[in-house]
Design a protein around this ligand. Structure first.
Ligand SMILES: [Zn+2]
Length: 431
């Protein structure tokens, strides 16, 4: 079971508790609900000051989804797990749209003004807005979770493979060994080097095999410079031939050229790491190879949140995940900045942007609507509110959007915070 976060009267985080314990505290009137997602309660009585046991916040930053897990290092228990879906593509699309509108307006109204587009300077550490939004999403959740749980340390997956270990892997002769940690680092390195394609036929999205250019049967070594990535068909077809005999001298050459350091650098992850390091908490970094090795050693299936739980050398020998269901967090953004909607040509042809606030509710609030039996829409709904100026709003529920729910029937459960929430599917019992 995912634990429930607990705050004391001063809103300082205490040890998270079992949901059963939280239910008891709520029912007996010792606590009140502080937040629905992630579920957090606040105690009403003063507590003896015993310091809570520190937890580790671990995450695996991805381009579309970031896995996140709060783990108790001492017990190996995963306390909380989540997967954040970013909105990088949406940010990009919105900016493209804005550029189009501005371009069109400019050519309509100020045609003879000299162009000025190459006169901006970017500050150091600047990231494109779509990437910046990803970094901001993760930082937001680090800050929020630090307010809810006693987070004492952070672990982040920083690079795909250990650059130190493999910096001149080709020369120093780090050897590939199946099942070893170094083997996993080599595998990640090869995936990066051959850009996740079969070196011979160029196939992608297929299970890859590590292939010896000079076959082992003919004295080929396990050194990285003798390894390539191949699909099963090519590996079988090549058999005991060398790459050159198989008609691919290019692969032989490519394998001998070490991967440039720059190829392993991921701007977003490094930016995240720099900003987290400034947070004052110790930040442990791990490699993708290590994550995969940890996860495989512990027999855990591949999901974003389990990858997060397996980041870094601090991963407990046994990661306990029974009953843990990740919270699915989706970045939603906050409103549109466009004051007036336009047609495809960029000409404003619709009514100006209407209000996003009606009464004390605003777009993005999680509300519970109890519509009386006299109404056509009679029933009880829980969902994310989209405000309409008339007061007759849309409600995005787990099963779909319901239109025409009046705000007078709605009670806020949690104020809009830029994200929407859903409870993810549990792992199958055998996993
Ligand atoms: Zn192939």
């Amino acid at each position: 079971m995912s634990s429930v976060f607990v705050l004391n009267q001063q809103r300082a985080p205490l040890d998270p508790v079992h949901p059963g314990r939280a239910r008891y505290l709520l029912r007996a009137g010792y606590a009140a609900v502080w937040r629905r997602y992630p579920f957090t309660i606040i105690l009403k009585e003063p507590q003896p000051a015993t310091p809570p046991s520190p937890l580790r916040l671990k995450f695996d930053p991805g381009s579309k989804t970031t896995g996140l897990a709060v783990v108790n290092d001492a017990t190996g228990q995963v306390v909380f797990a989540a997967e954040i879906t970013h909105r990088g593509q949406q940010v990009r699309d919105r900016l493209d749209q804005r550029r189009g509108v501005r371009h069109s307006r400019r050519s309509r109204h100020t045609r003879y003004r000299p162009a000025r587009f190459a006169n901006r300077r970017r500050p150091a550490g600047w990231l494109p807005p779509s990437l910046e939004s990803r970094v901001a999403n993760v930082l937001t959740w680090v800050t929020r979770l630090r307010r809810l749980g006693p987070i004492g340390a952070i672990s982040q997956e920083l690079v795909r493979f250990d650059t130190q270990l493999l910096q001149d892997a080709e020369m120093s002769g780090v050897a590939y060994q199946q099942g070893e940690l170094a083997g996993y680092e080599v595998r990640e390195y090869l995936l990066e080097k051959f850009q996740r394609t079969c070196a011979y036929c160029g196939a992608t999205n297929t299970p890859f095999e590590i292939e010896h250019l000079i076959p082992k049967a003919r004295g080929g070594t396990d050194r990285v410079s003798n390894l390539a990535l191949a699909c099963h068909a090519c590996n079988t077809a090549k058999g005991t031939q060398t790459a050159t005999e198989f008609g691919h001298p290019d692969v032989q050459r490519q394998a001998r050229t070490p991967l440039k350091d720059a190829a392993a650098v991921n701007t977003t992850r490094w930016a995240l790491w720099r900003r987290l390091s400034a947070s004052g908490l110790p930040v442990e970094v791990g490699t993708g190879g290590r994550t995969k090795w940890n996860r495989t050693q512990r027999g855990l299936p591949k999901t974003h949140w389990l990858d997060a739980a397996c980041v870094g050398a601090s991963t407990p020998a046994q990661v306990r995940i029974t009953g843990i269901v990740p919270l699915r967090i989706t970045a939603q953004g906050r409103h549109s900045r466009q004051m007036c909607r336009t047609n495809a040509a960029g000409v404003p042809d619709k009514a100006p942007k209407a209000t996003s606030v009606v009464g004390d509710l605003r777009t993005g609030d999680l509300v519970r609507a109890v519509v009386p039996a006299t109404s056509v829409k009679a029933g009880v709904y829980v969902g994310r509110l989209a405000v309409r100026a008339t007061g007759s709003c849309n409600l995005k529920t787990a099963t779909g959007t319901i239109q025409g729910i009046h705000v007078r029937y709605c009670q806020p459960l949690q104020r809009g915070d830029g994200y929407s929430y859903a409870i993810g599917a549990a792992l199958p019992p055998h996993a």
